[in-house]
Design a protein around this ligand. Structure first.
Ligand code: PLP
Length: 405
């Protein structure tokens, strides 16, 4: 019998963070091998707890969570998000311009689905968080990549961005603080990107899910505060800063000239209504999360677990014969690179498979982030520092083996 043919839309869609290597690692685990999994930024898996007051808020409101809610999200949660955005300097943010979703993941798809005509182009960073590419393709758009190279501190070059614009370009996506590179974009760079968006009438889409995960006082600036009247969608959520990935709560807020975004806002509302509403229960955690002092800074400050994990990674790279790294200024990852002068013939996928098979460590190859022929690997900073030190010894053994063969 003929097998059921999946949609042709999926032909170019990839999500290697949970791809073939993860499946192989599950097989190895099922066979009894303990695997060190550094592939996903999932704080709950590494002993980070969601702050108790968020959990308690949900428990208190369980009984109020049994009916469908507003398609854009609970009013009290949207109120808190709008207040946060206005406090940060975003223009024109009202509850009607806030949308809560089942994680930022759902909203990335919605924001592009409401925007794109077949063949429209979206400017994406390379490396990107690969859902951005996938959602662009699934919504009939074409990714056009601007490079964020290690040589440039993983910051984009505005001139390159501008050179990629065609009459079909509709949106400019930023991920700041960046996954996978950890780059945090300076204000002048954001201002140049806003200028480009204004000149070419592009919608700005700014994924700021790591907005408060910053090291060494990195000066994060919300794009909406720089964008003023230029239409901008800013994304945030509970998953990372509030260590509540499993709650599946994210939000997006629309800022800038309301006249220019009214039709787009209505399209978002229609799409939000088609899926009825986001998980109501978990939305009760939003207001307490945004109205209490951020707890993540105790983890990213010197002595804090994430700070010390980053130190372990920096030391592991410094001790390596093969690696270099732009020190991450934000987010939950390091994106080290295998130096061409130390190992000319390097294949990131072959390396990641060897690291898994020989040393029981799961990382994500750099090319999974839409960088062709990448020499990078991504690992999360979530494990205890001692474990990361051990991981770098294992990485070094595999690279030494590759250099010798
Ligand atoms: N955006 C970026 C840059 C991410 O790294 C992630 C998850 O890792 C997401 C969005 C999705 O987050 P959520 O858990 O809110 O769906």
């Amino acid at each position: 019998m003929a097998s059921i043919k999946p949609s042709a839309h999926l032909a170019d869609v990839r999500y290697e963070i949970r791809g073939a290597l993860t499946r192989r690692s599950r097989e190895l685990e099922a066979a009894g091998l303990p695997i060190i999994k550094l592939n996903i930024g999932n704080p709950g898996r590494y002993g980070f707890e969601t702050p108790a007051h968020l959990r308690e808020a949900i428990a208190r409101h369980l009984h109020d969570s049994e009916a469908y809610g507003h398609e854009q999200g609970l009013e009290e949660a949207r109120d808190a998000i709008a207040a946060q955005q206005r406090h940060r300097g975003a223009h024109g943010v009202e509850v009607e311009r806030i949308f809560i979703g089942n994680g930022v993941s759902e909203l990335i798809d919605l924001s592009l689905r409401a925007l794109l005509q077949p063949g429209d182009e979206v400017l994406l960073p390379s490396p990107d968080y690969p859902l951005w590419s996938a959602a662009t393709i699934l919504n009939d758009g074409k990714p056009r990549y601007y490079r964020c190279l290690a040589e440039n501190g993983h910051l984009p070059d505005p001139e390159e961005i501008e050179s990629l614009i065609t009459p079909r370009t509709r949106a400019l996506v930023l991920i700041n603080p960046n996954n996978p590179t950890g780059a945090v974009y300076p204000r002048e760079l954001l201002a140049r990107m806003v200028e480009i968006a204004a000149k070419h009438r592009l919608l700005l889409l700014s994924d700021e899910i790591y907005d408060e995960i910053l090291y060494d006082d990195a000066p994060f600036q919300p794009l909406a505060a720089v964008a003023g009247e230029v239409p901008c969608v800013s994304f945030g959520g509970l998953s990372k800063v509030h260590r509540a990935c499993g709650y599946r709560v994210g939000w997006m807020s629309l800022s800038g000239d309301p006249a220019r975004t009214a039709d787009y806002r209505d399209a978002l509302q229609l799409l939000a209504a088609l899926r009825l509403c986001a998980n109501v229960t978990a939305q009760w955690a939003v207001r307490p999360a945004l109205e209490s002092a951020p707890t993540i800074s105790t983890l990213t400050a010197p002595g804090g677990r994430l700070h010390e994990a980053r130190r372990a990674v920096l030391e592991g790279v410094a001790a390596s014969q093969f690696l270099d790294l732009v020190s991450p200024a934000g987010a939950l990852y390091a994106f080290p690179r295998v130096r061409a002068d130390r190992l000319a013939d390097f294949d990131d996928n072959a390396f990641a498979l060897r690291l898994l098979e020989e040393e029981s460590v799961l990382v994500v190859p750099g090319s999974s982030f839409n960088v062709p022929h990448s020499r990078h690997l991504r690992l999360t900073l979530l494990p205890p520092p001692e474990q990361l030190r051990e991981v770098f010894e294992r990485i070094e053994r595999v690279l030494t083996g590759m250099a010798a063969s």
